[in-house]
Design a protein around this ligand. Structure first.
Ligand code: AGP
Length: 605
């Protein structure tokens, strides 16, 4: 949930550290800090708030030096203020940390008994003072390795040493850490995204490894101080670099990029000549799979729930879905013929990574559906299926959700074909329908004008309901999540058929209720649920097909969707709900790309 950067160079590092911190702000932005060493002085500057606040401080009081570390924080221990911001420094050591030290309280008590004074409420300061303690009679690497023995929990560390001003030491256990290479300059960072502005040559530390970087060298060691070699990956350049262009924020750019997201993903996986799907590296022969288990968090989990309906519809397989934070503590009966699929945009979500680790410890075959292919979850999976959505900067996930659903859909189709659950004619027809999906999304985006009007109804509302059945139910959940995280208004997604079991009590005059009712097998039932809502004063936005059976003067708005193929309805239904959340948040003047309390990648549990 935090971002760290370290640079050892032959020139001043401050501006590159600041630029990297700005690229890392998606991991947390409630406080920021930097530490550099120049002329044997350890200069630490930090503040609450965003990186631009730190920039203002540095403008008035620069931090000189050719070596330094930086940090953006999403608070876990201690309120987001200057004292608790990273780096945490003693007289001779400065540390930036991403992760949680679970035994920090007991270690703090021990260190205080030995006379060490703490300035902050953070767990990280324990690391600083442990290394300070052991540095008294050993070298930096030994002092770090000795300190790490006492830590329980997760960490990615960047460590500076006042009296060894040419080295930065990094260490990794449970939180991601990458190393970048350049001429007369080397880097340490939470992920490749932090480093990509400076280099595309990257290595990744694995758990239990440490590294020592200088401006001319990079060395890796294991916990026994044995030197190890790491592969240097040359990463692809992000063609569609994260520039805003004519958009006023990343979320609107990423919503309107979705037709292209679909096209790019289809280009990767659909063989237009043979009308087939290019997915071959299944870690289990699809004929031998007896069940599919889908795991994710938040929006990624919603894509798993939609896929459950597709797999049940297209194949003869059982399927189960679970949020990763539950999966990792449940008593799962693992089965070697079950394919465990982990869905994650960032590939760094701690709960999803932990769930994957548990499946691997139980010798299961794993697949991850990922946007950031260099991520920890990707590197830890038997099979990685990228969604090719390009960097998603807005904290509220939009194009990645569409990409996750698309990969899950084509994977379900491919498994169905291999298992003989779908005939050639139907298979080819489904693939042809997919080619119309970008245009379908384009047409759905045209609902924006009506959505903008409906959005006004939310300003005076004390909440809202999103209802759907079948594969529209997870889309109702996703629509409610988008509205919550962007506008800070209460919103609830619910199975339409469940309303009469309690939530109908919430319906009162003027309450906005969004009903997702495509012309599928649930249509009549959902419409009668809608009538129950209208009878109690609900203000209904009905999203349905082009037909006129539904006549009810009390419907506030009706959007007729350009549906293509019933199985593809979830894609098109998602678009107006993304636009609704976006416009309500705009009206409420909320921060669209960085909503309060949230971070793009939740790398702590
Ligand atoms: C998306 O709008 C949310 N911000 C959040 O639920 C997100 O989907 C979740 O944290 C999972 O992230 P991941 O896909 O990177 O694993």
């Amino acid at each position: 949930m935090c971002g760290i950067i370290g640079i050892a160079s032959n020139k001043s590092v401050t501006s590159n550290i600041i630029n990297s911190l700005k690229r890392l702000e998606y991991r947390g932005y409630d406080s920021a800090g930097i530490a550099t060493i120049s002329k044997k002085n350890l200069n630490e500057k930090k503040c609450s708030g965003r990186v631009e606040e730190l920039e203002k401080i540095l403008f008035n009081s620069p931090a000189q030096g050719n070596i330094g570390i930086g940090h953006v924080r999403w608070a876990t221990h201690g309120i987001p203020n200057e004292v608790n911001a990273h780096p945490h420094s003693s007289e001779i050591v400065s540390v930036v940390h991403n992760g949680i030290i679970e035994n920090s309280n007991s270690l703090k008590k021990k260190l205080e008994k030995e006379g060490y004074k703490f300035k902050s409420q953070t767990d990280t300061e324990v690391i600083t003072l442990l290394i300070t303690k052991y540095l008294k009679d050993s070298n930096p690497i030994d002092a770090v390795l000795k300190s790490l023995e006492y830590l329980e929990g997760s960490f990615a560390l960047g460590i500076l040493f006042k009296d060894q001003s040419d080295i930065i030491i990094g260490a990794r256990r449970g939180s991601p850490l990458a190393v970048g290479y350049s001429n007369n300059e080397n880097y340490l960072g939470s992920d490749s995204y932090a480093l990509k502005a400076m280099t595309n040559k990257i290595s990744y530390l694995d758990d239990g490894e440490i590294c020592k970087i200088t401006k001319d060298s990079v060395e890796f060691f294991d916990v026994s101080k044995n030197k190890i070699n790491k592969k240097i990956l040359v990463l692809s350049e992000d063609k569609n670099e994260t520039k805003l262009g004519d958009y006023k924020n990343f979320m609107s750019k990423e919503i309107f990029e979705q037709p292209t997201t679909i096209k790019n993903c289809l280009n990767e996986y659909i063989d237009k000549i043979r009308n087939d799907i290019n997915l071959y590296d299944f870690p289990i022969d699809p004929k031998k799979i007896n069940k599919i288990f889908l795991v994710g968090c938040g929006t990624a989990y919603h894509s798993c729930q939609v896929a459950k309906y597709w797999i049940e519809e297209l194949t003869d397989l059982n399927v189960e879905t679970e949020v990763a934070s539950e999966f990792r503590y449940r008593k799962i009966r693992f089965n070697p013929n079950t394919l465990y699929i982990f869905v994650s945009q960032s590939g760094e979500t701690a709960d999803t990574a932990a769930a994957l680790e548990i499946a691997k410890k139980n010798k299961m075959k794993t697949c991850s559906i990922i946007n950031v292919v260099e991520s920890s979850i990707a590197r830890n999976s038997d099979w990685v299926v990228p969604i090719h959505a390009g960097p998603e900067i807005g904290v509220a996930s939009t194009k990645a959700f569409i990409g996750q659903m698309l990969v899950l859909y084509i994977m379900s189709l491919k498994i169905s074909k291999i298992r003989g659950n779908i005939d050639d004619k139907n298979y080819i027809e489904k693939i042809k329908n997919l080619k119309n999906l970008p245009q379908g999304i384009e047409n759905s985006l045209k609902t924006e004008e009506l959505i903008q009007i409906f959005a006004k109804d939310f300003l005076s509302a004390k909440g809202s309901m999103f209802l759907g059945r079948g594969s529209s139910f997870p889309i109702a959940l996703e629509g409610a999540l988008k509205l919550k995280e962007l506008s800070y208004l209460h919103a609830e997604g619910y199975p339409a058929g469940e309303m009469k079991h309690g939530p109908l009590a919430l319906i009162e005059d003027g309450l906005p209720v969004i009903i997702l009712a495509p012309k599928d097998k649930y249509f009549e039932k959902t419409i009668s649920n809608m009538q129950e809502v209208i009878a109690r004063g609900g203000k209904v936005l009905l999203i349905s097909d082009k037909h006129d059976e539904v006549i009810n003067e009390n419907i506030r708005f009706k959007i007729e969707m350009p549906f293509i193929d019933e199985l593809l309805n979830p894609f098109l239904l998602t678009i107006p709900l993304q636009l609704l959340a976006y416009h309500v948040a705009l009206l409420k003047k909320c921060d669209i790309d960085k909503p309060r309390n949230l971070a793009k990648s939740v790398t702590v549990e």
